[in-house]
Design a protein around this ligand. Structure first.
Ligand SMILES: Nc1ncnc2c1ncn2[C@@H]1O[C@H](COP(=O)(O)OP(=O)(O)OP(=O)(O)O)[C@@H](O)[C@H]1O
Ligand SMILES: [Mg+2]
Length: 251
């Protein structure tokens, strides 16, 4: 399981995470919602060990990521797939080589690697594009290649940073179905950061809302739909009026 305990992180005078507490049990699909700039991506980066907390701890399967040696951190990172918000594909590699990237170090035979690459591309609706370079793909296609790369190693934990942003409604639903499929068949534990409420209600077993550096509410999709918390309500209703303070001009 993943246990986030009192995590703090700031950049200069920007206090982004101010005591985040969150637990993700094995087999769960947790979605994290919250305003743009509230720190969702920064939090995911802590969970994969790309950032370390200034205060507090991140534990994955009992390993405190801030305390372990680099090699042990890498062992933990092998259990995790991370779909970056911007895809982060290697432009110099073909799409197929991008998907194969994490498999190359496992000493697998070439035939197995190409079969796995084909299977993962099929999962995201991009069969047969192995030889096409990322620069020749649309934004949504790049995102799907990045997702294929992230799931190729069958990670125990999958972290998705806005997996459906930039995709049309039908492909967004394909990705939702894929997240559910991975949870059901491979018992993958997922953390999904998204602004896509349809996706939130469809894939989540648990939802958490990040506001002003803390998790202000957690619950099931039904609990969120019926919430009386004015902050959660404002966010889910997508209203510019309410208790959530925005640093912008009001009209
Ligand atoms: N490497 C960094 N250096 C300095 N500031 C950073 C860095 N990464 C993030 N921040 C700041 O941390 C805050 C949270 O950023 P983050 O990317 O986590 O937001 P987010 O919740 O993912 O937003 P969005 O929904 O727009 O993706 C922002 O104010 C951002 O400017
Ligand atoms: Mg983000």
């Amino acid at each position: 399981m993943i246990r986030i305990n009192d995590v703090h992180k700031h950049f200069r005078e920007n206090y982004v995470l101010r005591g985040v507490n969150l637990e993700v049990n094995d087999g769960e699909t947790l979605t994290i919602i919250g305003g743009s700039g509230s720190g969702k991506t920064v939090l995911l980066r802590h969970i994969v060990g790309l950032f370390h907390p200034e205060r507090g701890t991140v534990e994955v399967d009992g390993v405190n990521l801030g305390e372990v040696a680099e090699e042990e951190l890498q062992e933990v990172q092998k259990k995790m797939g991370f779909l970056f918000q911007d895809g982060a594909l290697f432009d110099s590699l073909s799409s197929g080589e991008n998907v194969a990237f994490g498999l190359r170090h496992q000493g697998l035979p070439e035939s197995l690697i190409s079969r796995k690459v084909a299977e993962c591309l099929e999962h995201v609706g991009l069969s047969g594009i192995e030889n096409i370079r990322p620069s020749e793909l649309s934004g949504g296609m790049k995102k799907r290649v990045a997702l294929a790369r992230a799931i190729a190693r069958d990670p125990k934990y999958m972290l998705y940073d806005e997996p459906t942003t930039g995709l049309d409604p039908i492909f967004s639903d394909v990705i939702n179905d894929l997240i559910i499929h991975l949870q059901k068949t491979l018992k993958m534990t997922s953390i999904v950061v998204t602004h896509d409420l349809k996706s939130v209600y469809k894939v989540s077993t648990k939802i958490a809302m990040l506001l002003e550096g803390r998790i202000i509410a957690t619950g099931t999709p039904d609990e969120f739909k019926n919430t009386t918390d004015p902050y959660v309500q404002q966010f889910l209703n997508g209203s510019s009026k309410g208790p959530i303070k925005l640093k912008i001009k009001e009209y």
